[in-house]
Every structure is written in C-alpha cells, then in structure tokens.
Design a protein around this ligand. Structure first.
Ligand SMILES: Cc1cc2nc3c(=O)[nH]c(=O)nc-3n(C[C@H](O)[C@H](O)[C@H](O)COP(=O)(O)OP(=O)(O)OC[C@H]3O[C@@H](n4cnc5c(N)ncnc54)[C@H](O)[C@@H]3O)c2cc1C
Length: 311
C-alpha cells in the first residue's frame, strides 16, 4: 500500500470494504476510499497523488461487479457536497452524486421532462458515463456539458460532443471524475409527468426483479441500436430472449442466478461472491454463443482483482 498518499480535507479511508456500497452487495475492499469535501479538494488531491496510482470513480454501484479481491489504488465516491439540482428555464445544473430519481422528480416539479431517469437507480455521474437511458431516451439526448476533474487534477468542461456518446458508453479520460452536469429538458405538465413516472415504476416492478440485488441488464442487446443509443426496432435483438432460448432462465451458480422474472438480470440470491456472479455470466455467454451464434457483451462494469485463491 502506498504510504505517501496526500491528505485531503474530505474523508480518506484505507482498506474500506465496498460490498455494502454496491447494489449486488459483493466485492472486496478499496485500497483507499476517498470522499472529497468539494471539487477543489478532489482536484488538489488528484494533482498531488502519485501518477502511478490508479483512480476509479464510482457512483452508487448499480452497474458494478467489484471483484472479491477489491480495487487497487483510489476509489472516489462523491458525497453530499456533489448533490443538488438547480433549475433555470429549461436548463438544469445537477451535482454528479444526485440520484437519477431525485433529478427526475425535481425536474417534474419544475415542469421539465426527465421522466426517463425516474426508474434508473444510479447517480447522474454514472448516468453520464454509461449514457443511461430507457423508454427510448438517453442522457445523450439531454446533456449540454459536464464538469470533470481529470486524473492529473485539472478541472475541465466536456461538451456532449467531447463525450462521444454511444450505446451505454461515453468517452471519458482514464481516471477522471464527473462532478456536475448541465442538461436541457423539454417542458411538460408537472401532474402529467409525475403520473407518467408512477406508471413507469409499476411497469418496471411487473417485468423486472426490482426488489432483488442486481446490477440491471447484465448484457447489451446484441444489435438494434445506433451509435447514439437510439433504438432501431427493425433489427432489435434482445439479450434476455437469447438467454431464455438457451434454457438459462433461472439458472444458478453458487449464490448467483439468472432471474426467473427477467433472464438478463443476474442476481445475488443471498450468499453470492463476485466470482459466482462473473462465472455464471461467462457460462451464459458460452451457452448463448453455442445455441445462437451471438456473442453477448457485458453491460455491467466489472472492476478489481480476484482473490489469490480465485486467481
Ligand atoms: C434494477 C436496476 C435497473 C436498471 N435499469 C437501467 C435502465 O433502465 N437503463 C440504464 O441505462 N441502466 C439501468 N441500470 C444500470 C445502472 O443503474 C446505470 O448504469 C447507472 O447509470 C449507473 O450509475 P451508478 O451511479 O450506479 O454508477 P456505478 O455503477 O457506480 O458505476 C458505473 C460506471 O460509471 C462510472 N461512474 C460513476 N460515477 C462517476 C463519476 N462521477 N465520474 C466518472 N465516472 C463515474 C464508473 O466508473 C463505472 O464505470 C439498472 C440497474 C439496476 C440495479
């Protein structure tokens, strides 16, 4: 472990377990978990940090498998100082730690339509990084620009064009942290927007295992999306259908299971390790390839090291 780590104003904890900070409730420790006091604290800390130390920004862990041996280097997790939503006309300025659902509700109160964010359980930083979306709308459709602190500790602004959005993807310099974004949203009637969000929540609960420990869709849909993430119904091919056809709905490995309710959701039924989850995912990829010829790609971000025994 590095001994000459800078001393920030915020919280810096060595060897902090990450399992309780991810939706799947698995994963080993971060060598260092850093919660900056504010943007200056983050920038100064990164500028002073040995360039050889890796930095990983995490949101609320709703799209992550952290491996059982943990993450080397510094994991940055933004806290309350990066929360907050300001509305000016049809433009919202949002802290990267704000939850998607909170932003959707706040926008609706102001008569602005970001309803697509209501059922996505992540933070705005994670939503930008992953170009999160549903019901045919994506972050790419709304983002004006994002404030970012680079791995070297520089504060920069990236436009939507710089981020080069694709399906569940944006280009972000390695080790950098999104701290806030500005977004534009179309106008709508507040009551109608809240009613639509309530319907969307019901629809989710009916079709997805929203009460289980998961990280959302495990694999990307193999085709049917343009580079900006727009759905193209003429070619749409669903990962869940390929998994179902391969007979893997409900299939389990250790404490990991492909959900009975939605077979593209990998769930921790209780005692799963990250290794169980990843092994089941790889088994699914092999079987689907054999059955259908389609090579599924992980949508869930897998990060960190296996334990020495697993290795
Ligand atoms: C039940 C369920 C349903 C879901 N439904 C959807 C859906 O409909 N649509 C959808 O798109 N996703 C969905 N997801 C996946 C997930 O919620 C999104 O990908 C979300 O945007 C991840 O945000 P997060 O804050 O949890 O990021 P994390 O999971 O913590 O991290 C994901 C990625 O974002 C990066 N990241 C996070 N914060 C920052 C930051 N501040 N700066 C730089 N990089 C950052 C991380 O480095 C990592 O690469 C679902 C997940 C669950 C559990």
């Amino acid at each position: 472990m590095s001994t000459d780590i800078p001393t920030p104003r915020g919280s810096l904890i060595a060897n902090r377990s990450l399992d309780s900070l991810t939706w799947l409730r698995v994963g080993g420790p971060a060598e260092w978990l850093f919660q900056p006091a504010d943007e200056d604290d983050l920038a100064e800390f990164l500028a002073a940090l040995d360039p050889a130390v890796p930095v990983f920004a995490m949101g609320v862990g709703s799209n992550l498998i952290v491996r059982d041996g943990g993450i080397r280097g510094v994991v940055v997790r933004l806290g309350r100082a990066f929360n907050g939503v300001e509305v000016d006309g049809d433009v919202l300025t949002v802290g990267a730690a704000s939850l998607d659902a909170q932003v959707a509700r706040r926008a609706a109160d102001a008569g602005l339509d970001l309803t697509f964010l209501r059922t996505i359980p992540g933070s705005i930083g994670g939503a930008v990084r992953m170009n999160a979306g549903c019901y045919g709308t994506y972050m790419a459709d709304h983002l004006i620009e994002g404030r970012v602190v680079t791995r070297e500790g520089r504060k920069i602004t990236l436009s939507a064009g710089d981020l080069n959005f694709g399906y569940r993807h944006s280009d972000l310099p390695e080790g950098s942290v999104i701290t806030s974004v500005t977004m534009r949203a179309p106008k709508g009637d507040p009551d109608a927007l809240h009613a639509r969000m309530a319907e969307q929540l019901d629809r989710r609960d009916a079709t997805q295992p929203t009460k289980e420990r998961s990280a959302g869709s495990t694999f990307r849909n193999p085709a049917g999306y343009s580079s900006t993430g727009q759905a193209d119904d003429t070619h749409e091919l669903k990962a869940w259908a390929l998994i179902d056809q391969a007979g893997l709905r409900g299939h389990s490995w250790g404490g990991a299971q492909m959900s009975q309710k939605h077979p593209n959701f990998l769930i921790n039924t209780g005692g799963a390790t990250a290794a169980d989850l990843e092994a089941l995912g790889e088994l699914v990829r092999r079987r689907v390839l054999e059955e259908s010829g389609h090579e599924l790609q992980w949508e869930v971000v897998r990060i960190g090291e296996p334990t020495p025994e697993e290795d």
